[in-house]
Design a protein around this ligand. Sequence first.
Ligand SMILES: [Zn+2]
Length: 400
Amino acid sequence: MKYIVIIPDGMADYPLEELNGRTPLQAARTTNMDYLAQNGFSGLVQTIPSGMKPGSDIGNMAILGYDPKKYHTGRAPLEAANQNILLKENEIAVRCNFVTIDHNEMSDYSAGHISTKEADILIKELNEQLGCDTIKFYTGKSYRHILVIKDENIEQLIKVQTAAPHDILGKDINHFLPKGKGSELFLEIMNKSKEILQNHTINQVRIDLKENPADMLWLWGQGTNPSLPAFKEKFGISGCIISAVDLINGIGRLAGLDIIDVPGITGYYDTNYLGKAEYAIKSLKKHDFVYIHVEAPDEAGHNGDARAKIAAIENIDREILGTILNHYDKHDDLRILLLPDHPTPVKLRTHTDDPVGFVLYGKGIQPDPTEKFNEATSKEKGLKFKSADELMNYFITKNQ
Ligand SMILES: [Zn+2]
């Protein structure tokens, strides 16, 4: 049996006036997702466990079969894992965003989606001026980077309250600065980053080009090394991941899954959708399981852009799912699972922990047809799984 999981990150949403009361998924042309619903089994699943923060780290960890309540130790260590940054004892990883601040308000969580090339120059400068035995910065992708802090008192640093910048858009940052014992170190690094970045030529050029500058480094999502039992051990099958996002690949690496490099994938609207499908099909020659994650719908949600969200959903439906359905025969030993990891409503521009719609299709899956796949039809079917790791277990083991 071959298994394909497709994650349109943040796809779920609420009805929008500008779409005549429809959600972006309802407004999008999704003939292939609807085909899965007409020939498969759909409903709602609670991907974010109660009391945990809705985010891609929690959502995707759960969907891959790992209960976040048991295994989650912070977001940054997962991203660090994808850069092969192995945290030693007394070390924590901290997520750093380059952000744009306007009159003390968080105006852009991505500093205008700064390029990795520009960001790397800034990270080198920060290491030059702030780096030492206990503080080291690592370049990630675009606006997402990692700081490793070595400290005798990491228990305290883990408990420092921080806020995700995409959760405080348009808000006064003074209300969301790191708080609690040990937060002084975070504040010191953030304040010094402001001084270093303020007059940096990279920012001068960005301002001249009317692009959002990287005004400061925003620290959040810190944690220690998580340890995940191997996916192969858990489910008895080998697998791989296709994603442009360090976080997702990091979870994959920690679970012993292969990371497939696809040329031209970006983690944004202009990603190589078709390439993801082609490499997924190829990877199943060697593996039993492939996890295809697509970031674009989430970015559109954070940008408050319904049109861009519809376009991303249609690209996923046509280029990824369409290519896969065209390649396989409906009698093949194949199962497909499609669901978002959490909603990122365009109106809210951040994540929520509402349950999301999923659709399961393929060999040994008892169909419970419905005409369309969207938030309303999934709601009608009701909550089928109280947790995403339960859904993954069902997907792989049901009728085997
Ligand atoms: Zn997400």
